[in-house]
Design a protein around this ligand. Structure first.
Ligand SMILES: [Zn+2]
Ligand SMILES: [Zn+2]
Length: 170
């Protein structure tokens, strides 16, 4: 808000109209009166002062506007930079997570390959109990109602166990 200023001390001053009633001034003339330092300015000098002060105020207002615009642009640029920095940080974090995940997958794959290779070295997995003939030297499939594939293997196993018992007794 524009207000008249004292040309002497710079504080806000008031403008009064003189020349009414019994004043010693013949016509209506403005008077600037500073209540701080007591400075008084009369007549056309007040007009000139006001024109000058108003021009300075308007220029100041333009400067203030330009300054505010520049400030808001700078703030916007700063926010934009913040956003870009955050995005870069986020994207680097995401890359790191993806990299770690792919490394984890690679390690898992290696482990599986290692286990598979190890189990190949151990040979074929043994057939479940009860499927193969119980006579240790026979690899044939056992019959459904027997531990052995045949009467022959059953006898062989019985004779072997008999020999083992005799050995233990001796
Ligand atoms: Zn003053
Ligand atoms: Zn057999």
């Amino acid at each position: 808000m524009f207000s008249p200023k004292c040309p002497h001390c710079g504080r806000t001053a008031t403008i009064e109209m003189l020349g009414s009633g019994y004043s010693s001034y013949p016509s209506q003339e403005p008077m600037l009166h500073c209540w701080t330092c007591g400075k008084r300015v009369y007549g056309k000098a007040v007009d000139a002062l006001m024109i000058e002060q108003k021009r300075a105020y308007d220029l100041g207002a333009k400067d203030r506007e330009a300054e505010a615009l520049a400030r808001s642009k700078a703030e916007e640029a700063s926010r934009d930079l913040d956003r870009r920095v955050r995005m870069a940080v986020e994207s680097r974090r995401r890359e790191k997570v993806l990299k770690e995940e792919s490394e984890r997958q690679a390690r898992l794959k290696n482990q599986i390959e290692f286990i598979e290779a190890a189990s190949r070295l151990k040979g074929p997995t043994p057939r479940p109990k009860g499927v193969t003939c119980a006579w240790k030297e026979c690899g044939a499939r056992s019959r459904t109602n027997s531990k052995y594939c045949s009467r022959d293997c059953s006898n062989k196993n019985a004779r072997w166990r008999h020999r083992q018992r005799k050995k233990q007794a001796a």
